[in-house]
Structure formats: C-alpha cells, structure tokens
Design a binder for this molecule. Sequence first.
Ligand SMILES: [Zn+2]
Ligand SMILES: [Zn+2]
Ligand SMILES: [Zn+2]
Length: 349
Amino acid sequence: MNRAFLEFLSRHLLPLANPQFRKDPIVDRWVIVSTDRAQRPFSSHGDTAPAAKTDCPFCEGNERATPTEAFALRDRQSSPNQSGWQVRVVPNKFPALAALGDANLHNEGTYDSIDGVGAHEVIVECPQHEKSLARLSHQQVSKVVTTYRERLLALKEDRRLAYGMLFKNVGEAAGASIEHCHAQLIGLPMVPVMVRDELAGAAKFLDRHQRCIFCDLLSRELAAKHRIVCTTERFIAVTPFASRFSFETWVLPRTHQSHFEDLEPADIDEFASILKAVLMKLDAGLGRPAYNYFIHTAPLNVPPQESYHWHLEILPCFSRVAGFEWGTGCYINPVPPEQAAAFLRGTEI
Ligand SMILES: [Zn+2]
Ligand SMILES: [Zn+2]
Ligand SMILES: [Zn+2]
C-alpha cells in the first residue's frame, strides 16, 4: 500500500461517528463510507507478511484477540471464546457497518443516504494456521458450509436486513489482510446492484419463457459439456459462457433453489466436496492463485423465487481490473472459458 496514503490514514483522517450508505445520484449504486475500516491492518508490501501462529488472531488459543464469538461449531465440553472449536464466527473487529441502530433514510436535495447499519461477521474456517480452504479435509469444508448456512439463517431474523453477502478473499491481490483461512458475511439493509441486476434479468426470462434461466443454462451446459469443470449428482461447476475473468468458475445446484440457506443438510456434504474439488484444481493447475468467491442468493426477506437460482462465483485474480474495465464495465478476458474448463477438467487433484 502507498506509504503517503497510510500516513494520511494515520495522521489526517477524521473518523465519522457512524458509517453511511450513500447513493450515487446518477446510477443506482450504493457506496459504504466507513472510517472504521481504515484502522484494519494494511500491508505496505506486495505480499501478505507470513503471520506466525502466535500472533494470528484467528488461530486456536488466540480467541482473546477477536471480539466475542457469535457462533461456533465446537467440542461439547469446551466453552465459548476458548479453544476446542472447529469453525468460529466473530463480529469483524473493523466492521464496515454498525451493528446497532435503524437504517433510517436521509435526503439532502439530490443526495440520499442511509445510516450504515448491518452485520459484518468473520467466519474463521479452521482452528490451525491454514491459508487454503482446498487443503482442509472434506469433513472440515462441510462444517464451513454448514456455518455459512447457519449464519445466513441467523441474518434472516434481523428484520432490518434485506441481503446477506457471503464472500471470501484469498491472497493479498484479492484483498485479504489476514492469511488464516476465513470468509466474511455482510448483512445489508438493501439488495446490492449486482444481485438486483441478476434478479431483474432472471425475472424477465421467466416472464418470456416460463422457466428459470439458470436451470435452462444448466441443461445446455450439461448437454454441450465443453464448459463443465466437474459435476456431482446434485451440483455442477462450470466456466460461464461470458466469463469476465480467466478461469472464472460458478458452482450451482442442479435442482432449482433460489436461497442458499434452503440447502438441505444432506446436500451440504456434496456441495462441500465440489467446492473443495474446484479450489484444489485451481491451486494445483495454476499455482495457488489469489481469488475471491461469493454466494449470489435471493434476498433474505423474500419467499422462494421461481426465477432465481443461487450460485457461488469463484473469480481468480490473475490481473488487476484496469482503466477500460472501470470505465466501461466491460471486461477483457484473455482465456476462452472453454479452454479454461478443459484445463481444469484435466488437472489432477
Ligand atoms: Zn492463524
Ligand atoms: Zn433454476
Ligand atoms: Zn451471480
């Protein structure tokens, strides 16, 4: 990170009393302005410094370095905020949003803002200092997926929230500030624009064709086979036709389901195994690249949707998003998704 910027953050930045959502008055896009985030660890070097187990806040035994846990899968005889856990969920120490208060709307002429309230949790995915989800056991990845589901269900109880965004940043290039394997969950009082666009596109397709566009794409991809990375009985991993990034991969359930949190416990194991397999292929074939993944699911506060179909999108970071992409929203992808799928299919794990 730029040294002068770090100096600005530490010497000149005036903290806001509360975070804020601000709506761009031209396009339908919300921005979170939150000075608390400026306090989190920023690295000034190209790579994440290897944290020793002793000073990693996410390692078992260092529970006191994190806020009080919200949820944990742990040994029956162990106590909260002590060792003996397998997956642990804590509020983010540097949250983008305030946990308490109402999401009141404010208007100043053309400018709309909403109080920056919501949830921001960290899901610590293993007790030992491991960086890669792909290297965790299948049983452990199942526990991680179980926890994702549990926390989304918990967010549903918070009536202020409309959306739960579960995401993961792996590697410095993907925005990770701590290398210990973890994901994050942000509960928002509105549906983010990327999801709204997908919901709108899917609703339009249902209107015209009386079927879910994702189900339609799945059957086409299964028939054509050339963009399939791998499959299980109930899930499919595919490189999408219009992939924005090299080796972009989506994992979807084969049967229609709009909400990730409606995943049957019996399907969790199978989803964990395909997720682990895709990440292992990326790690093995492409030298453990930095990546982001996130779950696109229907909003928390709506019933099951006929038009929408949840999916997990994995976006590896091989190059930076640059001027053309920022200026146009149009991505230039150097690797045809058919070739990416063929390469990953052939990568032994
Ligand atoms: Zn650690
Ligand atoms: Zn569907
Ligand atoms: Zn999506």
